[in-house]
Design a binder for this molecule. Structure first.
Ligand SMILES: [Fe+2]
Length: 242
């Protein structure tokens, strides 16, 4: 693969780290493959913005390492619920600082970018960063959300009522906080709110071209006790304005 060969130095650092964990564990393998897809999305977003090759490379590296905290989390808590571990973005930033970053690059400016993109990839909002750091935080957040939307919650068991607070967030074009998710339908609705924190044309185009949002609408319609027309129209209108 073209990307694998070009980025082999970073992939080796990533794989050496992941090899300390049990590859037979589905949780580990899930995040390993997710990391590669997010890295590729991040590089493609950077390309779509006509950034320089060095910037595309930084975006790829940020994407590859953004979930590095997940592997220890899987080992220790056997779940990806941060309530049973700690914030995995913060933990990932610590893994980079303590162990990996010195092998990735000696450039302190780039080291800081990669650490901050990891730290803030999963936060409700990006913390205090400079303009350059913010660019990579935003790229990784879009790339991560794209992959989550494509691969997660495409099937649900059961039928659930719509949660007023989550629906309110959708109608007001706001991200949902994690804490308000109580069932699988809430999880799906929260995921659709990711659209309201996506920044780049590449992301919207990818979501539309790959039928990702239509699939989510279908699941929502089939697993809600209530009519979802207002939600669907609201999201369609938002996307068409992008
Ligand atoms: Fe993550």
């Amino acid at each position: 693969m073209e990307y694998e060969d070009y980025y082999k130095k970073y992939i080796k650092i990533f794989e050496d780290y992941v090899s300390k964990y049990n590859k037979e564990d589905a949780l580990i393998e899930k995040k390993r493959t997710h990391s590669y897809r997010v890295a590729l999305h991040a590089a493609k977003i950077a390309e779509s913005l006509n950034l320089e090759q060095e910037q595309i490379d930084i975006a790829y590296i940020c994407g590859l390492f953004h979930d590095i905290g997940r592997f220890e989390q899987a080992k220790q808590s056997h779940t990806y619920d941060d309530r049973y571990f700690q914030d995995h973005g913060d933990y990932g930033a610590k893994v980079l600082e303590d162990e990996l970053i010195k092998y990735i690059t000696e450039d302190e400016r780039i080291q800081k970018i990669i650490i901050l993109a990891t730290k803030y990839h999963n936060k409700f909002e990006i913390g205090k960063v400079n303009e350059e750091e913010e660019l990579y935080c935003k790229i990784v957040r879009d790339a991560d959300k794209l992959d989550i939307m494509e691969y997660q919650v495409n099937e649900i068991d059961g039928v659930y009522p719509l949660d007023e607070e989550v629906v309110g967030n959708i109608l007001n074009h706001k991200l949902c906080r994690n804490g308000i998710v109580r069932n699988k339908l809430d999880h799906l609705l929260r995921m659709m709110c990711f659209l309201f924190d996506m920044h780049y044309d590449y992301s919207f185009k990818y979501i539309i071209d790959n039928g990702i949002i239509d699939k989510k609408f279908e699941v929502m319609k089939n697993h809600s006790t209530e009519d979802t027309t207002e939600i669907i129209n609201c999201i369609k209108e938002y996307i068409s304005g992008k």
